[in-house]
Ligand binder design. Structure first.
Ligand code: GUN
Length: 282
């Protein structure tokens, strides 16, 4: 079988167009504040892309850059201001934070109704319970790509590789809510290859370049690659050995052009929905 490529870039562009049309019809402009501390090069690229995409879709988007030396108290003060600001519908603090700031303390300071990353324990808890929640952007994008693949989820065996708070755990919760049978695999799991081979759906979010090999993939499986690994040559590689896996999969994403663009489109959806809940559907 030669896999169908799930084109996240094209799908994300369609979503961004739909979001822009919805915003154009609103009597207000939804506001997104993106906070970045210091000068991590990857974070600066991500934040620039988020602000650009938000502005292009019609959000009142602003980036608030703070110096590396910013204290935790000062950051918490800024978050309190943004929580109280009626024009700010979504707050995103780019991670990772410098070591002297407790990231969990910062995440928990964000108003859960404005937590467009879906990282606050209230949103994570609701998601884990199968209740309505703001869903983290990358997991939301993964589910949208699975919908695009047309793969039935109810009763399907799904292998999720990686148990991070940002991707693996919420993806496992969403697949569970969609009635899949989920196996959450991680660095201490035995027989990862055999577990994957039993799965009709494989989600790779481990951060190890090309770890998932072709012989891990069942014939016809749907494979979603969340990995973004920059090699010594500067090239981006996913967690999936693409050519080998595409030879067996039914549908598969590429890196770049798969999950990455979907993350930003889903951030915009989260922000629009947060605004509509706060200020009305328009
Ligand atoms: N760093 C890497 N991914 C993310 C994300 O989705 N949100 C935030 N805030 N920081 C990140």
């Amino acid at each position: 079988m030669t896999a169908r490529i799930l084109d996240g870039k094209a799908l994300a562009e369609r979503m961004r167009g739909d979001i822009a049309a919805k915003i154009a019809a609103l009597p207000y402009r939804p506001g997104l504040a993106v906070v970045i501390i210091g000068h991590d090069p990857a974070s600066e690229v991500y934040v620039r892309n988020k602000e650009r995409a938000a502005a292009a879709a019609g959000f009142a988007a602003r980036t608030l850059p703070l110096p590396e030396t910013t204290s935790e108290a000062a950051l918490l003060g800024l978050i309190a201001e943004l929580n109280a600001d009626p024009a700010t519908d979504g707050i995103l603090v780019q991670l990772p934070l410098p070591a002297h700031i407790r990231a969990q303390r910062v995440i928990e300071a964000i108003d859960p109704a404005k937590d467009v990353d879906g990282f606050h324990p209230l949103n994570a808890g609701h998601l884990a319970l199968g209740l309505p929640a703001i869903v983290p952007c990358t997991p939301r994008g993964v589910m949208r790509l699975l919908a695009e693949a047309g793969a039935p989820l109810a009763g399907a065996r799904a292998a999720v590789l990686g148990r991070s708070a940002i991707v693996g755990r919420p993806v496992a919760a969403l697949l569970t809510a969609a009635d899949a049978t989920v196996t959450l695999l991680h660095s201490r799991s035995r027989d990862i290859a055999a577990e994957c081979r039993r799965a009709e759906i494989v989600i790779a979010a481990v951060g190890r370049a090309e770890m998932v090999r072709g012989d891990w993939i069942a014939e016809g499986a749907v494979v979603i690659d969340v990995g973004i690994n920059r090699g010594a040559d500067g090239k981006l590689r996913g967690d999936v050995a693409f050519a080998e896996c595409a030879a067996r999969a039914g549908a598969i994403t590429k890196v770049p052009g798969g999950v990455g663009p979907m993350t930003i489109a889903c951030l915009l959806e989260n922000t629009l929905e947060a605004a509509q809940r706060r200020r009305g559907p328009g």
